[in-house]
Write a protein that binds this ligand. Structure first.
Ligand code: IPM
Ligand code: MN
Length: 354
């Protein structure tokens, strides 16, 4: 039975890294007989500047109806300084497809890649479960007396019990099904007493339903410290939209940089969207130098979600081997191009099959 994948490369290096992710998907698809059917969509800055359209009319329904998953690159372009199309496409799909789980693994693939002295891959292996549809990302607010010395702005952070409960349940379910032992709630409930008070109440309530999993709590500032000082204490972290955004960049730094960090925007059981954590890196765009490994690992996450665990592991193994063999781009100290890294990983996937 084939799977239909909507591919949205987007802008900047998103285009180049997605091409390599597709190359690796094609290899793994042949080896494992997955019959993946990939259809590319040109949604991004070019189209937006040309036609004024970011997310085309009916796109959300079409994706829900016709596709099993979405693989995205990155969105953003210096020619669209207000980031309007990027917001409409990425945040629009997260909200309209109700992709409330943003899964961001932080897994060290090679001891040489971490800036933390002496840390091993066993010690840096955790996952951030970021709430992805509310919090500070709801775009609710306004300005009064804009541009005057009396200017006042309101930017609301929205917390719903339903939204909080479902992401906390997702974190505990992730822990239960993946054999993880601890779930840590990260918030700022000592200051944001109302919104994060909901997180506190719901978290301890849900935790009681999972007695086999240890439940712990950290304030977000302490968590930033802990991630650097004692990453082995981190296992499954569940947190708000904004804190998850910030901590996932810190997490990426621990494993060798944004070029290596994958993510999934998931609504369990529904069409979900997978994208590398990095952005469009305009300074690197079109130069064939960006690291495609984040996008390639993202493709592996997507296969995992689609129930193709063996194919997903094959990709991850190929990436680990490529890093070990110094088949890497310059951000990791190598000299290979984006395309050469993609080809090297695809070749490794194929070599294992024969
Ligand atoms: C991310 C990005 C996005 C976010 C931006 C591009 C809106 O930083 O996916 O982490 O803040 O969620
Ligand atoms: Mn981010």
């Amino acid at each position: 039975m084939g799977k239909r994948i909507a591919v949205i490369p987007g802008d900047g290096i998103g285009v180049e890294v997605t091409r390599e992710a597709m190359r690796v998907l094609e290899a793994v698809s042949e080896v494992y007989g997955l019959a993946l059917e990939m259809v590319t969509f040109d949604w991004g800055a070019e189209k937006y500047l040309r036609e004024g359209v970011a997310l085309p009319e009916g796109a959300v329904e079409m994706l829900q109806r016709e596709y099993d998953a979405i693989l995205a690159g990155a969105f953003g372009d210096p020619r669209v300084p207000d980031h309007r199309h990027a917001r409409e496409i990425l945040l629009g799909l997260r909200v309209q497809l109700d992709l409330y789980v943003n899964l961001r693994p932080v897994k060290l693939l090679d001891p040489r890649l971490t800036p933390l002295k002496g840390r091993t891959p066993e010690e840096i292996d955790f996952v951030i479960v970021r709430e992805n549809t509310e919090g500070a990302y709801v775009d609710v607010g306004g300005v009064f007396k804009a541009g005057t010395p009396e200017e006042v702005a309101l930017q609301e952070e929205i917390t719903t019990r339903r939204g909080t409960e479902r992401i906390i349940v997702a974190a505990f379910e992730y822990a239960r099904t993946r054999g993880r032992r601890r779930v840590t709630l990260v918030d700022k409930s000592n200051v944001l007493r109302y919104g994060h008070g909901v997180w506190q109440r719901v978290f301890w309530e849900v935790a009681r339903r999972y007695p086999e999993i240890e439940a712990t709590h950290q304030y977000v500032d302490a968590m930033a410290l802990l991630m650097v000082q004692d990453p082995a204490a981190c296992d499954v972290i569940v947190t708000t939209n904004m804190f998850g955004d910030i901590l996932s960049d810190l997490g990426a730094a621990l494993i060798g940089g944004l070029g290596l960090a994958p993510s999934g925007n998931i609504h369990p059981g529904r069409v979900s969207l997978f994208e590398p954590v990095h952005g469009t890196a305009p300074a690197l765009a079109g130069k064939n130098v960006a690291n495609p490994m984040g996008a390639i690992l993202t493709a592996a996450m997507m296969l995992d979600y689609l129930g193709e665990a063996a194919a997903a592991r094959a990709i991850e193994t190929a990436v680990v081997e490529a890093i070990r063999a110094d088949e890497v781009t310059r951000d990791l100290g190598g000299s290979l191009s984006t395309e050469e890294v993609g080809r090297a990983i695809a070749a490794r996937v194929r070599a294992h099959a024969s």
